[in-house]
Design a protein around this ligand. Structure first.
Ligand code: SF4
Ligand code: SF4
Length: 114
């Protein structure tokens, strides 16, 4: 049966047990509105950076919650912290602060230079 697509693709697998979700926990604690995100994509649709790059704040939110921190680090660099996304979020998520807190979380946890 393995040859007919019933195996789990390792590339698509999310290993929550191995992922470090400390960044997500830090943001949840400091910015509780992060829990209200429904991944609608409104922030990404209006994002200044997304007009010029493949950056997606919606995707970043998901990656943070999954603990996919290598990808989060790479994407954080692209945000210009302009705050437009915060103005349009239908759930009142302080989106700009999520990016700021994610940067702080990495700086606190391992002095990673973002
Ligand atoms: S606009 Fe708000 S609710 Fe929608 S994906 Fe962005 S942060 Fe989440
Ligand atoms: S603060 Fe960052 S994520 Fe939000 S609209 Fe500006 S560049 Fe995009």
């Amino acid at each position: 049966m393995d040859k007919f697509g019933y195996t789990i693709s390792k590339e698509r697998q999310i290993d929550y047990d191995s992922n470090n979700r400390g960044v997500a926990s830090y943001i949840f604690e400091k910015e509780p509105s992060f829990r209200l995100c429904i991944e609608c994509g409104g922030c990404s649709a209006t994002c200044t950076t997304a007009s010029f790059t493949d950056f997606s704040l919606r995707e970043l939110n998901i990656l943070i919650k999954r603990g996919e921190n290598d990808q989060v680090r790479q994407n954080l660099k692209k945000c210009m912290l302009c705050g437009k996304c915060t103005l349009v979020c239908p759930r009142g998520v302080n989106t700009r602060n999520i990016v700021v807190l994610a940067i702080k979380a990495f700086q606190k946890s391992d002095n990673y230079e973002i």
